[in-house]
Write a protein that binds this ligand. Structure first.
Ligand SMILES: Nc1ncnc2c1ncn2[C@@H]1O[C@H](COP(=O)(O)OP(=O)(O)OP(=O)(O)O)[C@@H](O)[C@H]1O
Length: 770
């Protein structure tokens, strides 16, 4: 709690004026602002009495980088942050000038008070202020004139305060706007693997609370520190000029305050770290249990869930209690030390005002200096009643900025940590690098996988190096092979001789292989990686339909993700439209695809907007036709607002099947070159599926299509069926060919066929074993 005029001059019996008579130009509000959060996932300060701005808990993330307590000042980060201020130089400059002027006008009040007392209320012969001399030569003589001067200083201070507050808050909001836009734009550019690694909560925190922490720094941190430093400097200069021995007495308690601040910060820091962890747990716990409430209630887990919740709730409470204890102790301690300083000033200044005759034996001997001169003569000559009263006011104000600085230090620390996390996000380069030279595809719709190895795992530097080596070896082998082929085609005779020479020169039959194909699985560093795709090669010819089948987790969806370059392969090549996807413009590449997933994603907006998905060239008629083709138009029209019915909460009011059909319409309306249907009809009933099937037949005609389906009935008509098993392409061919092969597909088919037969028999009441 800050020193306030009503109780900050204990036992001031030596002055002619009672303490409440002591005016102050800018009495500061009582404010306690405990240490703000570095990650700001919870209220940014403890709910202490007197602080009206206690914020509700903010969502927290559980990842370690949210737990970092950074440095209070980091030159590198500060320089970068200053860059955001650059467009608002004028506003910042005016604010800074206002602060400087305000710090100056702030000190005028006590000074005018001293003049009033020494000149008019309790004048002493031979002790006159220079200002009194100065004012005596102007019309400003008398209490009224000085009161007017005082009022003028007060008005200027308020005016400056308004200018500074308004401009700084305005600038802060502008910077936050710029920063949020930059973060969001950057997040949108990130590759899909980035979102696998960064949970939603963490990214939301970056855009919200971390940006808020920076706002605090811009609006009340940096400039407030500047203001505090200006105030402190002016007050110190004024105090020293008034009476340096009294000034030294005031400053004498600073080491005590510094030590108390050090202990306090240490304690609060630890407690905040625990709070962050506990709040993160509460948030994720609540989120998980609220989303899974039906399962909780179904399995009667309420009591158990409440017990678990109480445990994390208690952790949070205890961490808060510790912080509150520290705050409750720290502010009175600082206040006590400040009061000691002021008591010292009153005591020593009072003696000086009363004159040498009234000092005690102790004070006389205490203040005899080594040179033999009596120190109180120093006071005696300088300290008037007015000076002493003004000095006490300055001494009180001296402790405001000191308390404030410790507070601002916390804001800075929080902002540095937030800035570090924000910059880390902004500096994350997409793992999907843009090609040096873009090669557009031929729009044929041809898809080819050449010996593709892929893992979602992040590889170590050594593993990356090993892969690079393999890629280099395979590429040079490929070049040699191409050169040889070219030579053979030009001169078959020479080619024959070369080939014979090679055969004779070595007994190793491998040298006759046209190309080397080193496999990552053979490398000691790469052997233990959990490869999702292991050397997958296939071709889907233009306008053909390929179906990918296989057990759950076999890598089917992964194959389609690689076609659209959501991830880059670690080894091998994926070609779409005849060109390596890494050499194409990624936006143009993705525009080629239309996709319907098992878990359709709808955005907030209307149904029509979800079908159009921002492509304004799609007309209302086309939207409706697409919906008709997939048999969902009647349903949409039956809704109160038809195609303009709002979609809320990712389509919470629609069934999974309806969402799938809307996604179908979306894919159809966009007329993509390549269509991917990943379990696209898994959630619609058989009747609807049959109707969608005819739409499907139309959809896949004239474009390359990739179907992923567990129901083999859906895939039978595909031109080619790829059978995946544990990341490997085990079989490939048409339905009939694969059945004849009697391999994996045959087994899968038999299993499903038996299941269906069984289901049919059960439905008709026949014995299951029949
Ligand atoms: N984003 C991801 N991060 C890490 N691992 C993943 C990711 N997506 C999939 N996997 C893993 O990759 C493997 C293949 O997944 P994929 O989704 O390709 O299988 P699938 O054959 O389509 O399975 P399903 O039939 O169940 O859809 C699985 O073991 C899965 O755990």
């Amino acid at each position: 709690m800050r020193l306030s005029p009503s109780h900050d001059v204990p036992g001031n019996t030596t002055t002619a004026l009672p303490p409440h008579f002591l005016p102050d130009i800018s009495p500061r509000p009582t404010k306690i602002k405990p240490m703000p959060e570095t990650a700001s996932p919870q209220p940014d300060h403890a709910p202490t009495k007197g602080d009206k701005k206690a914020a509700p808990p903010k969502p927290a993330t559980t990842k370690p980088d949210d737990d970092v307590v950074g440095k209070a000042y980091d030159g590198r980060i500060m320089r970068r942050l200053a860059g955001y201020l650059a467009p608002y130089k004028l506003q910042t400059g005016v604010s800074a000038a206002a602060i400087l002027l305000k710090a100056f006008t702030d000190i005028a009040g006590p000074f005018l008070l001293a003049v009033t007392i020494d000149t008019y209320l309790a004048p002493e012969a031979g002790k006159q202020h220079w200002l009194t001399h100065f004012l005596s030569r102007t019309p400003l003589t008398g209490v009224t004139e000085i009161a007017l001067l005082y009022l003028a200083a007060l008005s200027i201070t308020f005016g400056l305060e308004f200018v500074q507050t308004y401009l700084m808050q305005w600038t802060g909001q502008k910077i936050m706007f710029d920063l949020r836009s930059q973060i969001f734009r950057h997040i949108q550019r990130m590759h899909i693997a980035f979102f696998d690694r960064n949970p939603v909560g963490r990214l939301v925190t970056r855009v919200t609370s971390d940006v808020d922490a920076l706002n605090d720094m811009f609006t009340s941190g940096v400039l407030a520190i500047f203001e505090d430093i200006c105030s402190l400097s002016f007050i110190i200069v004024v105090m020293l000029s008034m009476s340096w021995p009294l000034a030294l007495l005031t400053i004498s308690v600073i080491p005590g305050i510094a030590y108390a601040t050090h202990l306090f910060r240490k304690h609060v820091r630890d407690s905040y770290r625990r709070q962050r962890a506990a709040t993160a747990k509460i948030n994720s716990f609540t989120q998980e249990y609220v989303s899974g409430m039906s399962v909780v209630q179904l399995f009667n887990r309420e009591k158990r869930a409440f017990r678990d919740f109480s445990a994390v709730n208690l952790e949070n409470k205890e961490a808060w209690t510790d912080a509150i204890f520290a705050y409750a102790l720290y502010y009175p301690v600082v206040e006590f030390l400040a009061s000691i300083a002021i008591a010292l000033v009153i005591w020593r200044g009072g003696i000086a005002v009363l004159g040498a005759t009234q000092h005690t034996w102790l004070s006389h001997h205490l203040y005899v200096t080594a040179s033999g001169a009596s120190a109180y003569s120093l006071f005696g000559n300088i300290v008037t009643l007015g000076t002493l009263i003004a000095f006490i006011r300055y001494a009180q104000r001296f402790f405001y900025p000191i308390q404030d600085l410790s507070d601002k230090f916390n804001i800075l620390q929080a902002a540095m940590a937030a800035a570090e996390r924000i910059f880390k996000l902004i500096d994350t380069v997409p793992d999907i690098p843009a090609p040096a030279k873009i090669i557009p595809g031929d729009h044929s719709g041809r898809i080819e996988f050449r010996n593709v190895w892929f893992t979602y795992q992040q590889l170590t530097t050594d593993q990356e190096a090993a892969l690079q080596q393999i890629r280099r070896e395979n590429a040079s082998s490929q070049i040699r092979h191409s050169e040889r082929s070219a030579a053979e085609s030009k001169n078959p005779e020479a080619a024959h001789l070369t080939s014979t020479a090679q055969t004779l020169s070595t007994s190793n039959p491998n040298t006759q292989q046209p190309t080397t194909n080193n496999s990552p699985a053979d490398h000691p560093l790469l052997r233990d990686i959990e490869w999702i795709l292991r050397g997958v090669s296939f071709t889907i010819e233009p306008d053909h339909t390929a179906a990918i089948v296989g057990h759950t987790g076999a890598g089917k969806t992964t194959i389609t993700a690689l076609m659209m370059r959501f991830y880059d392969v670690q080894s091998g090549t994926v070609l779409v439209d005849g060109v390596d996807v890494r050499e194409q413009d990624v936006h143009a590449l993705r525009l080629r695809f239309g996709i319907v997933l098992q878990d359709s994603f709808l955005f907030t907006g209307t149904i029509a907007k979800n079908i159009r998905l921002g492509t304004e060239s799609i007309t209302d008629e086309q939207v409706e036709r697409a919906a008709e083709e997939v048999n969902v138009a009647d349903y949409i029209r039956s809704l109160p607002e038809g195609f303009n019915t709002p979609v809320i909460e990712r389509g919470a009011t629609l069934s999974t099947g309806q969402k799938q059909l809307i996604s179908f319409a979306r894919a159809l309306a966009h007329r993509p070159g390549i269509l991917i249907l990943d379990e696209a009809t898994s959630s619609v009933d058989t009747e609807t599926e049959l109707r969608v099937e005819s739409a499907l037949a139309r959809m896949i005609t004239g474009r390359t299509s990739v179907l992923i389906a567990h129901r083999l009935s859906t895939v039978q008509r595909a031109d080619t069926i790829l059978v995946m098993h544990k990341g490997q392409l085990r079989e490939q061919g048409s339905h009939q060919q694969l059945l004849a092969h009697r391999g994996l597909y045959y087994k899968l088919y038999q299993l499903q066929y038996k299941d269906q037969e069984l289901a049919a028999l059960t439905a008709t009441g026949s014995p299951a074993t029949a």
